[in-house]
Unconditional design. Structure first.
Length: 507
């Protein structure tokens, strides 16, 4: 159904004093998560060299965070609605900082995977709480659009700060240092947030149903694991079993929510066409982009021989474009239309991904920089407007659960994107025809091939690197093409499902 929500009355009584200072604390939490997500890509070659993970373990290091956070976001968003969003945000930020230390000092691939999973548990508390608090702090719809734009712009700024700061640290310290930069941000967030953030919760919360929590967790992890395994290794009985278990758990979760007097997640939210359209657009967008993002840092460092700091700077245009677009997205959606801004942004990202299929080992930076700038602008417009649509579609009391649905779509898209598009890159790469004497481990990842080449005679090393890089770039081309198809599909979906949708306060 088309949203017909009227704008809230804007009076000084509903403009909470100190709301902008409170927003500055909330965006620190967003910065925390964004920086962590981006520095991992830069650190991946160093983690490969130090911990010697297999190709499959490397993918798990990259996506287990998303698996866990996707399985817990709805539960944690609903928990925040019940016990207080400020409380769960501060507890989660403290845990996030503590587990970052465990990531920094991991000594085996298995311990690194466990540390990333625990970071997902802590991260699941942060993003829904920040958006829900914005919904409750900013009652004026236009101010809320600006606040959501700043929220999204900070996430994009974190994407820029992460690679640059991470690149600097990787050139001067060991790879674990990139995780320790979370600690000062967490400390400021907690110390200032205790004094400035208002507490908010659902006044009629109902019980936090542990059965629903378990069904949600098992369902999401089982389903995503099945997709990942099928994409990486083809059909297998374990993958089929995990998929069936996940589907059954999610079916049980939905049935249980429909019969509970106060559900963990109100499934009636999905009857709103604008809400469902925004969530689906977010999922498809992140799915199409995430596989490329995960491998882009490896391309810059291991294919084009850029230093980590230089690679971080090379990714800057995407963040700059997203910051600029996020700040004007709400105004653009009111002037034109929600569906025009969202669908247009996604189509632009799709075209930019298609352009990346022309990348080669010697491609000049202007082509890559221009494509990344377009990706940033398109994604900034889309994500900011869809977040505003989702927040505007629900009562304040359900803001945490609705925000969690939005973030679940984001994290599920990231997990599926790394699993599907990442598996395309990995699958194509593993088949490269190396010269005689190529170690078997060189076929696990490009980082492993670079490491193996360092111990071979110059002529043999050159042949190995040329073959490995050519195969990696070919896989990146296929993943970019698949991502372009997904983004153009997402654009079409947004155009139809967001028809007639308006933001609060639209003229």
């Amino acid at each position: 159904m088309t949203s017909t929500l009227r704008p809230d009355r804007t009076t000084e009584a509903v403009k909470r004093p100190g709301r902008w200072l409170a927003l500055s604390v909330l965006v620190l939490a967003v910065l925390l998560v964004a920086v962590d997500a981006t520095v991992l890509g830069l650190a991946t070659p160093y983690i490969s060299e130090d911990l010697h993970p297999t190709g499959t373990q490397l993918l798990w290091i990259g996506d287990v965070y998303s698996f866990v956070i996707a399985g817990l976001l709805v539960s944690m968003g609903s928990l925040g609605d019940r016990i207080g969003r400020k409380r769960i945000l501060l507890v989660g930020a403290t845990a996030f900082g503590a587990v970052s230390v465990l990531n920094a000092y991991a000594t085996t691939p298995e311990l690194m995977i466990l540390a990333r999973a625990l970071l997902g548990v802590a991260g699941a508390t942060l993003m829904p709480a920040t958006l829900a608090l914005i919904r409750n702090i900013f009652h004026d719809p236009r101010e809320r659009s600006l606040a959501v734009g700043i929220w999204g712009a900070t996430a994009s700024a974190g994407m820029a700060v992460g690679p640059i700061a991470g690149g600097f640290l990787l050139e001067h310290f060991w790879w674990g240092s990139v995780f320790l930069i979370n600690l000062p941000v967490m400390a400021v967030l907690v110390l200032v947030g205790v004094r400035t953030l208002p507490e908010s919760r659902n006044p009629r919360p109902g019980p936090w149903d542990l059965t629903s929590v378990l069904l949600s967790l098992v369902g999401m992890i089982g389903l995503v694991y099945a997709v990942k395994e099928a994409a990486a290794h083809g059909f297998s009985w374990p993958a089929l079993g995990a998929g069936l278990l996940g589907a059954a758990a999610l079916y049980g979760f939905v049935r249980r929510q429909l019969t509970m007097p106060v559900p963990l997640l109100d499934m009636r939210l999905f009857r709103r066409r604008g809400f469902s359209g925004a969530v689906l657009a977010d999922l498809l967008t992140v799915l199409g982009m995430s596989g490329l993002v995960f491998f882009l840092s490896q391309f810059l460092q291991l294919v084009q021989d850029r230093h980590p700091f230089e690679a971080g700077l090379a990714e800057l245009p995407a963040a700059v474009g997203a910051v600029a677009a996020g700040l004007v997205a709400g105004r653009a959606a009111r002037r034109f239309s929600v569906r025009a801004v969202v669908a247009g942004g996604l189509a632009a990202v799709g075209v930019a991904l298609a352009a990346l299929t022309t990348l080669g080992q010697t491609t000049g930076y202007p082509v890559l920089g221009a494509a990344l700038l377009v990706v940033g602008v398109g994604a900034g417009l889309s994500f900011t407007v869809t977040a505003d649509v989702i927040l505007s579609s629900v009562p304040k009391d359900q803001a945490g659960a609705a925000s969690a649905v939005s973030e679940t779509a984001y994290e599920l898209g990231a997990a599926l994107g790394i699993a599907l598009l990442g598996s395309i890159v990995t699958g194509v790469y593993r088949g490269f025809p190396g010269p005689a004497g190529t170690p078997a481990g060189a076929h696990e990842s490009l980082g492993a091939a670079v490491q193996a080449a360092a111990h071979l005679p110059p002529h043999q090393a050159e042949g190995l690197l040329d073959a490995a890089r050519e195969s990696f770039v070919h896989g990146l081309h296929l993943a970019s093409a698949a991502g372009a198809v997904v983004l153009l599909t997402a654009s079409a979906v947004a155009w139809f499902l967001l028809r007639g949708q308006k933001l609060d306060g639209a003229a």
